[in-house]
Design a protein around this ligand. Structure first.
Ligand SMILES: [Zn+2]
Length: 290
């Protein structure tokens, strides 16, 4: 891996035309691929990051932007396309899953370029020798997450933005996540062939991270269900109203559920802050079905 950069960004070569743009100011990263005809870029992040991203791409190639691909619809990854593409915007395809296109259109916000090319499971983005395989496993972190497989010098790299972030615990209360879909996608990923995995904030690191994420979620599901059953469910103590009871039960259950994972996962960044919040999200799944 060779790297060049400025104060707020770095670009790393992973070989076979695959590069990583790291926006160090905001803890975001996006891959891009330089093929025969041009550049396939992913998530522009936001206007400021996208200007750095463009400088990063231009530090390794003069080829035009062929495609901009959104990993999913969330604004913290999809904003800023106009600042990435600038005057090349009219020639560049903007690709996303159909659900991302629908959500972006429904929001009607000018700072996200509207997708004009839809991608689904099994699509292949090719440009000369460069080939990016696209997978869609249904709703998970959002209902529009596409997963990508890149060929690099270190083997196949899986990118699942906000799905697996190596080294970092799952984020807070899993905002916008379809919990059952997330588990199904973690199962599907365990059956894929790849050597390394990255998210949109961390990685790449070894394949084991994807398997460990699945274990983390399954262990937390287990411990949350167990602690909720042990709490006797949502039964008020004398003098407690519904709100007080809910907050007491959820606080006790999620703290205990998270604590039981500490020996195995406590060294993950964000574990102490986020594991109880993730357990709270799982408690909602147990109570409501999502
Ligand atoms: Zn997201």
């Amino acid at each position: 891996v060779s790297a060049i950069g400025a104060q707020d960004w770095r670009v790393e070569s992973l070989g076979r035309g695959v590069f990583l743009f790291r926006w160090q100011k905001g803890f975001y990263l996006s891959p891009f691929v330089v093929g025969d005809r041009g550049v396939t870029a992913f998530d522009p992040i936001n206007a400021e990051a996208a200007r750095a991203y463009r400088a990063a791409v231009r530090s390794v190639t003069d080829k035009p932007f062929l495609r901009l691909v959104y990993s999913h619809d969330h604004r913290d990854h999809a904003c800023g396309g106009a600042d990435l593409l600038t005057d090349e915007m009219s020639h560049c395809a903007v690709c996303a899953h159909a659900r991302a296109a629908e959500r972006i259109a429904a929001r009607g916000q000018a700072d996200v370029l509207a997708p004009n090319e839809l991608l689904g499971d099994g699509a292949v983005l090719s440009d000369g020798a460069a080939r990016i395989a696209v997978r869609y496993f249904g709703p998970n972190h959002s209902d529009s997450n596409l997963l990508f497989l890149f060929d690099t010098d270190a083997g196949t790299l899986l990118a699942w933005v906000d799905g697996v972030e190596p080294g970092v615990a799952p984020y807070r209360n899993l905002p916008d996540t379809d919990f059952a879909g997330y588990l199904r996608t973690l199962d599907a990923v365990a059956g894929l062939s790849f050597e390394r995995v990255m998210g949109g904030h961390a990685g790449p690191d070894g394949r084991q991270w994807a398997l460990d994420y699945r274990d983390y979620i399954l262990c937390l599901l287990d411990s949350t269900a167990r602690e909720f059953a042990a709490s006797g469910g949502q039964v008020p103590n004398p003098g407690e109203d519904g709100v007080a009871m809910t907050e007491r039960v959820r606080g006790e259950v999620t703290r205990a559920a998270a604590a039981s994972l500490r020996a195995r996962f406590g060294h993950w960044s964000g574990f102490e802050q986020w594991a109880p919040q993730t357990a709270d999200r799982i408690l909602s799944f147990l109570i409501t079905g999502n």
